[in-house]
Design a protein around this ligand. Structure first.
Ligand code: ATP
Ligand code: MG
Length: 417
């Protein structure tokens, strides 16, 4: 059932007040999407009876499945359980099974069972109880007029465990979903609309059981192919075939599949080719080094970085000539060339990348506005340079400088340049 409509309700004053970031609905959305269901709305409400009753009623009018988190704790401000009992017209009664679970959980932590904990064993009669393996508040599954309502604790790891072990398998069975298979093709260095243009014909030729989604993030676009069906082998084969026909169209932009990161791909290429890398970073302040060294085993190919933020360091440590800086400025092709070539020699590496730019928010001029970034890649034979014009957001400029630097090296190592 591909079109099962889902709503998520997160309950808790702390989310409304900005004290807690609602990560629950974000995680649930991803899981629900994988099931092939469609999340149509998310609502966050406070811990009051009227807002809980109203939100559940409204969500139930629009969706076939309503997933709720929060407000199941033992304290008086947690109202979800009695509200739901009221909404579904159920009495509350003591459940020895739930008390046993609560007692076992607390004992395993060396804690005593308090009166408020005992209250957690009072549950709506007629609701299916979902055991909580990571906490004391049980979850609840309600059925009304062919619609399902699930209430889970607000504590993220309790909710995640409950969803994964119990709720998702039960939803699959109840809604008789088919199987879902995702394959993600990761691209860098091309915008979403250009990509869409190149692959339009291929996209139009996709069969009905394979859908394509564009998932853009800064500097990158993920293409996600989702197959639905009841035979996983066939679905995987069909998707693999489509990926094969997609590849030649955008080969130069693809850096990997599924969860692979650009820095991992670059590391793998350096390792395969037994090459080493050094960096000279100015505006990115060490961010590219951070990306590279976030990959386990990077010490096998990464030698180090000179973060030459100040011109004195560019001259004193990297040997950039004073004339170059005076004539062309720190953000210039000539400067990044000297930075990369000298860094390569100083660090004794096969490749060196340099970056110098105006990250913002101030420091821009008419000739060189904020977002102007120069990159160079030296390999001892030649030095390639690139100028990129980014935006006005400092954090994004630093991130995109890093992605551009890694992509330049990736292209060089793949001999696309
Ligand atoms: P428990 O009885 O296990 O505490 P609960 O259902 O009462 O469960 P809450 O009291 O509502 O949960 O919240 C418990 C914790 O979980 C709080 O620290 C809260 O900030 C956090 N939390 C609640 N809702 C969310 C959410 N949507 N996303 C992330 N964290 C959340
Ligand atoms: Mg709460």
């Amino acid at each position: 059932m591909d079109n099962t409509r889902v709503e998520i309700i997160t309950i808790g004053d702390e989310i409304l007040y900005g004290q807690t970031l609602d990560t629950n609905s974000h995680w649930i959305s991803g899981e629900i999407d994988k099931l092939g269901f469609k999340v149509i709305r998310k609502t966050t409400i406070g811990d009051t009876e009227s807002s809980i009753l109203k939100a559940v009623q409204e969500a139930g009018e629009r969706a076939q499945l309503v997933l709720m988190t929060g407000g199941l704790g033992p304290t008086n401000d947690d109202l979800t359980k009695p509200c739901l009992a009221k909404y579904f017209g159920m009495d509350m009664s003591f459940s020895p099974d739930v008390l046993e679970d609560v007692t076992a959980f607390l004992t395993s932590k060396g804690r005593e069972v308090t009166e408020p904990n005992r209250k957690q064993a009072i549950v709506p009669v007629g609701a299916k109880i979902i055991r909580n393996k990571n906490g004391t508040a049980p979850g609840m599954w309600f059925e009304k007029d062919g619609k399902i309502y699930v209430s889970m604790p607000g504590v993220p790891h309790e909710m995640v465990e409950m969803m994964t072990r119990q709720v998702i398998p039960d939803l699959r069975a109840y809604f008789q979903t088919g199987l879902i298979y995702h394959k993600v093709v990761n691209t860098v260095g091309i915008g979403e609309s250009w990509l869409a243009d190149i692959i339009q014909e291929w996209e139009n030729g996709l069969p009905l059981h394979i859908r394509l989604a564009y998932l853009p993030s800064s500097g990158m676009v993920k293409l996600r192919l989702t197959a639905t069906g009841d035979n996983m082998e066939t679905m995987k084969k069909d998707v693999a075939q489509r990926v094969e026909t997609l590849k030649p169209l955008i080969e130069q932009y693809i850096f990997g599949y599924d969860n692979v990161k650009l820095e991992e791909r670059v590391g793998q290429l350096l390792l395969n080719q037994k090459k080493t890398l050094g960096l000279a970073e100015s505006c990115s302040g060490g961010f590219v080094s951070h990306l590279i060294t976030s990959v386990p085993g990077s010490s096998r190919y990464f030698k180090g970085s000179i973060v030459s933020y100040d011109n004195a360091i560019k001259m004193g440590w990297l040997g950039v000539r004073a004339d170059t800086l005076n004539e062309h400025g720190a953000v210039s092709e000539q400067t990044v060339v000297e930075m990369a070539e000298n860094a390569r020699k100083m660090l004794g590496t096969d490749y060196a990348i340099s970056i110098s730019g105006i990250a913002g928010t101030d420091g821009g001029t008419q000739e060189k506005p904020v977002g102007t970034v120069w990159l160079a890649l030296a390999d001892g034979q030649s030095t390639i340079t690139r100028k990129v014009n980014l935006g006005i957001d400092r954090a994004i400029n630093i991130k995109l400088s890093g992605i551009n630097a890694l992509n330049l090296l990736r292209q060089r190592l793949m001999e696309i340049l």
